[in-house]
Design a binder for this molecule. Structure first.
Ligand SMILES: Cc1ccc(Nc2c(-c3ccc(O)cc3)nc3c(C)cccn23)cc1
Length: 109
């Protein structure tokens, strides 16, 4: 796809996942995980490349993505980090699955 069209699509997707109707599960990923606030001091030992929707949105606005593949890679990093840190039965793991499903649906449109 043409460069600008590609990045416009990324912007549409990040705008979509921030919509209030998805906040019940997406809110957990709006900002960087705060290990102090969440009392998970081990987080940065386990997760070497933290990522969140707010950081992705800021990178997109600052033209830090050269193509859609880089954007997709950061989005999928949110999911893999979430599954690595939060065991399957944990509600946050389920939130990650819901966000991944939403992203996959939008990404394949
Ligand atoms: C003791 C404990 C256990 C699990 C969690 N997970 C968690 C995470 C989280 C998100 C992404 C991620 O890659 C890792 C963690 N975000 C939260 C929030 C916002 C509230 C409650 C729990 N949360 C927090 C504390």
């Amino acid at each position: 796809k043409k460069f600008l069209a590609e990045l416009k699509f990324c912007d549409d997707v990040i705008k979509e996942v921030f919509k209030p109707k998805y906040s019940s599960f997406a809110h957990v990923f709006y900002e960087p995980v705060d290990p102090v606030a969440l009392n998970i001091p081990q987080y940065h030992k386990v997760i070497k490349k933290p990522m969140d929707l707010g950081t992705i949105s800021n990178k997109l606005k600052s033209n830090l993505y050269e193509n859609a593949a880089e954007f997709e890679s950061d989005m999928r990093l949110i999911f893999t980090n979430c599954y690595k840190f939060n065991p399957p039965k944990d509600v946050v793991h389920q939130f990650g699955k819901q966000l991944e499903q939403l992203f996959n649906d939008k990404w394949s449109e």
